[in-house]
Design a protein around this ligand. Structure first.
Ligand code: DC
Length: 208
């Protein structure tokens, strides 16, 4: 079973995808890490994030086995990833890897922005996970504090709104809910409640 989970920054999709994958015993790919790693490699080489040639080279040379670098989790890398992800050649290069991952026997869980619309349009189940920008900003601020990066709420909220606008407004594979995706609004749900609701949806799908 292939499960595609999309949604905006800090919607809870990553936590949910990880928990579902572990519950179902399936591999999980956080596709945002791919874009974050391309951004890191460009920044490390002092190359511009939106230069199509440099970005395409970085995507082609990406070591997809090394996505556990803690630097990838920073706020700055999220912003840089959002810029790099608008480059068409980067998306094209990363597409093949994501599709291979999804095609593993037994399926997989992938989360990102365009999994249900572009990467896995034939996924068995698509979830679109969202929450209000204010709630997402509170969550992101909490996460940053827990990882030793204190931040100001208004700054985090502005970041989230800018990221939403960029991810939804780009011409290539913009963030949007696939027509056949189930909407899961987690504004009023904690991670446990979101997981329970998603599991009900998954189990209903496994029965048909
Ligand atoms: O999910 P994330 O915050 O780690 O994603 C970082 C950026 O990467 C996001 O702002 C847009 C981009 N991204 C994308 O364009 N497509 C994906 N499937 C995943 C992430």
């Amino acid at each position: 079973m292939v499960i595609a989970i999309d949604g905006p920054a800090a919607s809870g999709k990553g936590t949910l995808a990880r928990r579902l994958a572990s519950h179902l015993g399936r591999p999980h790919l956080d596709t945002g890490l791919l874009y974050r790693a391309v951004a890191r490699d460009l920044l490390d080489r002092n190359e511009p994030l939106s230069d199509p040639e440099a970005a395409a080279r970085a995507a082609a040379a990406l070591d997809t086995a090394a996505l556990d670098d803690p630097r990838l989790r920073s706020r700055e890398m999220g912003e840089a990833a959002s810029i790099v992800s608008a480059v068409a050649s980067v998306r094209e290069t990363l597409l093949a890897f994501q599709r291979r991952f999804a095609a593993q026997p037994g399926g997989a869980v992938l989360d990102g922005r365009d999994i249900g619309t572009v990467v896995c349009p034939e996924a068995d189940l698509k979830l679109y996970v969202t929450a209000s920008p204010e709630e997402r900003a509170r969550r992101r601020q909490r996460e940053l504090a827990q990882s030793g990066q204190p931040s100001d709420y208004e700054t985090v909220l502005t970041d989230i709104q800018r990221r939403d606008a960029r991810d939804q407004g780009r011409p290539n594979a913009p963030l949007r809910q696939a027509d056949d995706a189930v909407l899961l609004d987690t504004t009023e749900l904690d991670a446990e409640a979101a997981f329970r609701q998603a599991l009900v949806i998954v189990e209903a799908r496994l029965r048909v």
